[in-house]
Design a protein around this ligand. Structure first.
Ligand SMILES: [Zn+2]
Length: 627
C-alpha cells in the first residue's frame, strides 16, 4: 500500500541544492504525519526542509502595490504550517473558504488541494501561484494562506502560547473572499465568518480579499472575539476602540515582519524610523488605493486620551493606543541600534519587531474578561514584561511606562506605584487552598475554587459566578526560553440594573445587567501572575480592601449608566440585524439592544468593518428601535 501513497520530494526545492545538501529522498504521507506529530521539537528551519511548512505566494500588500513595487510584490518568506487534513476550499482545521457571492447568488469553484504538487490548483489543474493570479481560486488561497500564517503568529510561544478558540460555536472560521459589491470587509460573529467585498475604482476592480492589511485587521477582530467574547457586550466606546486597536496592531506587526519592507524602511529612514516624514512617505505608498485607513500612517500620531475624551468614534479613539505601541517600537529600535555592537541595522530592527510580538500579544491573556480599557492593556503590557523579564536590565518597563503616561493612558500616580520596589511573584491570600493542577483541570473545579474563596476574591456571596474561560498556556521569552505554564481563568457575573428616568428613553423602567468579573493568571507553582478585575457595586465584606473594591464597583455602575445615557441620547442604539450574507456598513447600528432571559442586553454590533467612522459621530445617523 505504501508504495501507492503520494510522496513529497525532499530535495532541491526551496533553495538551490549545494554539494552539502543530502541527496533527494522521498517522504511518504505516513512519514510526514509522524514528523507532524513531533513538530514542536523540530524548529522552523527544519520544518521547512521537511515540508512541514509549505510556501505560498501571497501579496505582500495588494496587487496595485505589487505593480508599483515589483520587489515587494509577493512575500517571499510566506510559509504556512502544513497539516494532515488540508482539503479543497481551501479548508483546514480552523478555516473554511466558501466563495459565495450573495449579491450575484453565485458560488465560485473551490481551489483544489493537489497532494502531488503540495499546493492548491485551479479548476484546470494549474498550480495557483504568482504566475496564475487571475482565477478567483488564487484569491481564495491568498486569503487562506494569510490567515493560516496569522493564526500561527498568535498561537505560537511568542504569541499566546496556546490554541485560540473562536467567539462562536464552531471550529472553522468561514472565509468569504467575494461576498458582494462594496468597499468593505467584516468580521461577523453571527455568521461565523470573515467577509470580503469588492468595488470598482476607475477601470480597476479592487478586491479587499487581496489586501493583506485588511485581512489582518479583520482577523484581529476575530482573534479578540475568540479570547474575550464578552468585550462585544460593552457600552463604552473605549472597548469598541480596543477592538479596532487589535485589528490595526495585527496588520502593523505582521507587515513589519516582511524583510524587503523593513529594508525599504531602513533605506528611507537611515535606520531611524522615528523620522516622521520619511516613515509617512513609505507608508503613503501602501494602502493608498485600497483602503481609506493606511495602518502604518495612522500609527504615527500624537493623540492623547485627553484629545479623544467623550468621543464616540472607535477608529479615531483607537489611534491613541496604536500610537503608543508604535512609540514603543520606535524606542525599542533605537535601543537595539545603540547597543547593537556588531549587529547590522537590519538585524537590530528585526530584533525589535520580534520582541514586539510577545510584548504586544502576550498581555492580551492578562486582560479582564469584560469592559477593557486602554489602561487595562497598558497595565497588562507592563506586567507581561515583568513576568518574562523580572530583572529588566535594559529598563524596558520604565521606557514603556513613560510612553503610556505621555499618552495619558496611565497617570503619574499609577506610574509611581508601579515603580516602587515590590515582590515580582506573590500568592493570593485565600480562605481555602486549592491545588493549581486541580483548578486548571476543569471548569467545575475552577468554579469550586472561586466559590470557596468568594470573600478573598471579592465575589458577592449570593450571585451566580460563571467560569467564562479556562486554559493553560505555554509561552516563551524573546530568547525562546520557556516560561512556567500559565493557568488562565476568566470568571464573570451579572449585576441587575434597572433603568429609571427619562434619560433612558424607551428603555425607562426596563431591567438590564452590568457584567462584572475578573481574570486570574497563575503559574504552575501557584504564584499570582496577574489579576485584572471589574468589580460590581454589591458588598463582598467589611474589610478596607472589600470596601475599596465596592467603591470601584459603584463607580463602574455610574459610568455604565452614564455611557448608556449618552448612547441613547445620540440615537446610536438599534435592534440586531441578521443576515447570512452580511450587511454593508451604513445599515448597521453601532450598538444593539436585545432581550435575553427577560432583561435587556446591550452589545456592540457583531460586525466590525474597515470603513472609517468619521461621519459616525453624535448627531450623525440616528438608529431607531423598531418596537
Ligand atoms: Zn475594524
Amino acid at each position: 500500500m505504501s508504495a501507492t501513497k503520494p510522496t513529497i520530494s525532499l530535495g532541491p526545492g526551496d533553495a538551490p541544492a549545494t554539494h552539502d545538501d543530502p541527496p533527494a529522498r522521498a517522504l511518504t504521507a505516513l512519514d510526514r504525519n509522524a514528523l507532524y506529530a513531533a513538530r514542536r521539537f523540530i524548529g522552523t528551519d527544519v520544518e521547512k526542509k521537511l515540508k512541514l511548512r509549505i510556501s505560498f505566494d501571497v501579496y505582500f500588500q495588494d496587487p496595485l502595490v505589487a505593480q508599483e513595487n515589483p520587489k515587494l510584490a509577493f512575500d517571499e518568506e510566506w510559509y504556512v504550517p502544513w497539516e494532515p487534513g488540508l482539503q479543497d476550499g481551501p479548508t483546514s482545521a480552523r478555516f473554511a473558504v466558501v466563495d459565495y457571492d450573495a449579491h450575484m447568488d453565485t458560488l465560485a469553484q473551490p481551489a483544489r488541494w493537489d497532494e502531488k504538487q503540495d499546493g492548491f490548483v485551479d479548476p484546470e489543474g494549474k498550480l495557483l501561484n504568482r504566475h496564475n493570479t487571475e482565477p478567483y481560486q488564487f484569491h481564495q488561497v491568498n486569503a487562506w494562506a494569510i490567515l493560516q500564517h496569522a493564526l500561527e503568529f498568535y498561537e505560537d510561544g511568542w504569541g499566546l502560547g496556546r490554541r485560540i478558540p473562536w467567539g462562536f460555536n464552531g471550529s472553522r472560521l468561514i472565509v468569504v473572499p467575494h461576498a458582494g459589491p462594496g468597499e468593505n470587509a467584516y468580521y461577523d460573529r453571527s455568521s461565523k465568518s470573515l467577509q470580503f467585498y469588492y468595488f470598482d475604482r476607475g477601470k480597476e476592480r479592487i478586491y479587499t480579499c487581496l489586501s493583506t492589511d485588511i485581512i489582518h485587521h479583520e482577523f484581529g477582530h476575530a482573534i479578540l472575539d475568540g479570547i474575550r467574547p464578552l468585550f462585544i457586550e460593552a457600552v463604552t466606546p473605549e472597548t469598541a476602540a480596543f477592538h479596532e486597536f487589535v485589528g490595526d496592531l495585527t496588520a502593523i506587526l505582521i507587515a513589519l515582519r516582511n524583510t524587503p519592507f523593513r529594508h525599504q524602511l531602513i533605506e528611507a529612514t537611515g535606520g531611524d524610523i522615528s523620522k516622521e516624514s520619511t516613515l509617512t512617505g513609505v507608508a503613503e505608498q501602501f494602502g493608498k488605493h485600497v483602503q481609506n485607513k493606511p495602518y502604518l500612517r495612522s500609527a504615527r500620531n500624537k493623540l492623547t486620551m485627553a484629545d479623544v475624551a467623550g468621543d464616540q468614534r472607535p477608529h479615531y479613539m483607537s489611534q491613541v493606543l496604536t500610537g503608543a505601541m508604535f512609540d514603543i517600537i520606535i524606542k525599542l529600535s533605537k535601543h537595539y541600534l545603540d547597543k547593537r555592537d556588531d549587529a547590522t541595522v537590519p538585524q537590530a530592527f528585526w530584533n525589535t519587531i520580534q520582541r514586539m510580538q510577545f510584548m504586544a500579544l502576550q498581555p492580551l491573556d492578562l486582560l479582564p474578561p469584560v469592559d477593557v480599557t486602554f489602561k487595562d492593556y497598558a497595565m497588562a503590557v507592563l506586567r507581561a514584561e515583568e513576568i518574562a523579564n523580572p530583572a529588566d536590565p535594559d529598563d524596558y518597563r520604565e521606557m514603556m511606562l513613560d510612553v503610556f503616561i505621555k499618552r495619558g493612558i496611565l497617570d503619574t500616580a499609577t506610574g509611581a506605584a508601579l515603580s516602587k520596589p515590590h515582590h515580582v511573584f506573590e500568592r493570593l491570600d485565600l480562605d481555602v487552598f486549592h491545588d493549581v493542577d486541580l483548578i486548571s483541570s476543569s471548569r467545575a473545579d475552577a468554579y469550586r475554587f472561586l466559590d470557596d474563596n468568594r470573600r478573598a476574591l471579592f465575589i458577592p456571596p449570593n450571585i451566580d459566578v460563571i467560569v467564562a474561560d479556562l486554559c493553560t498556556a505555554q509561552k516563551l521569552t524573546r530568547e525562546g526560553r520557556r516560561l512556567p505554564n500559565q493557568i488562565l481563568l476568566q470568571y464573570v457575573w451579572r449585576e441587575d440594573v434597572v433603568l429609571e428616568g427619562r434619560q433612558f428613553g424607551h428603555f425607562d423602567g426596563q431591567a438590564t445587567t452590568m457584567l462584572c468579573g475578573g481574570t486570574l493568571a497563575l503559574n504552575q507553582n501557584g504564584e499570582l501572575l496577574a489579576w485584572a478585575r471589574k468589580p460590581g457595586s454589591q458588598a463582598t465584606g467589611t474589610s478596607p480592601p472589600a470596601n475599596e473594591e465596592q467603591g470601584k464597583g459603584t463607580y463602574r455602575r455610574l459610568a455604565f449608566l452614564e455611557s448608556l445615557t449618552r448612547r441613547i441620547r445620540s440615537g446610536r442604539i438599534g435592534t440586531p440585524l441578521e443576515s447570512e450574507a452580511g450587511l454593508l456598513a451604513k445599515a448597521i447600528p453601532p450598538l444593539v439592544a436585545q432581550r435575553v432571559d427577560g432583561a435587556l442586553r446591550f452589545a456592540l454590533s457583531p460586525h466590525f468593518g474597515i470603513t472609517d467612522d468619521e461621519d459616525d459621530v453624535d448627531g450623525g445617523r440616528a438608529w431607531q428601535i423598531s418596537s
